[in-house]
Write a new protein. Sequence first.
Length: 236
Amino acid sequence: MTEQTATEQPAADTGSIDALLDAALIHVAFDGWTEATFAAAVEDCGMDPVLARALCPRGAVDLALAYHRRGDDQMLERLKTADLTGLRFRDKIAAAVRFRLEASDDKEAVRRGVTLFSLPVYAADGAKAIWGTVDAIWTALGDTSEDINWYSKRATLSGVYSSTVLFWLGDDSPGHQATWDFLDRRIDNVMQFEKLKADVQKNPLLKPLLAGPSWLADQIRRPSTPTDLPGRRTSR
């Protein structure tokens, strides 16, 4: 028997959480991701409250995170079937972010989630969820970086994704076209910054000044396992 990792869940548990989540979404628009919503979901789907609490120890907070992961899974499924041949890499990233937003078919549930994870007590959970989304995007698009670029790519895309979500929540343009235009501008800003970094690295006057920071950055490696802390220093 193989050992189950901390991030895996038995299929039965996943199905039960999905049932709770589907029942909760009916109430989220009115009560948010709250204990009232969780209690109503448990009652609506006829689940034993003890089992429901075992599956979601923090109640609706865990359901909100499950809703976010569901969107990630739907995005990845769409990426598997989408034809991105011939697209520039920045356009592939834009497509992935768009797929992720389009997977969120309940804008009010997302809005309530943003409110929940803006609270200090749950801010770390929200940041972890966003990091998981952008890591899934980079991994699906074939990122093989092993050094500090592994972190910088995800940190940069986290900013792009977060700002785009906030814009999308207030966008009522046809087909959310204003959001996709906003996303393109944010990615263009990132590409301009990356070009500036490359130009600085090539500049013979500035390159010596970066020797120390470059050496330090070279010591950083991506996590070797999903349970690692976010980064470790190499022992060269």
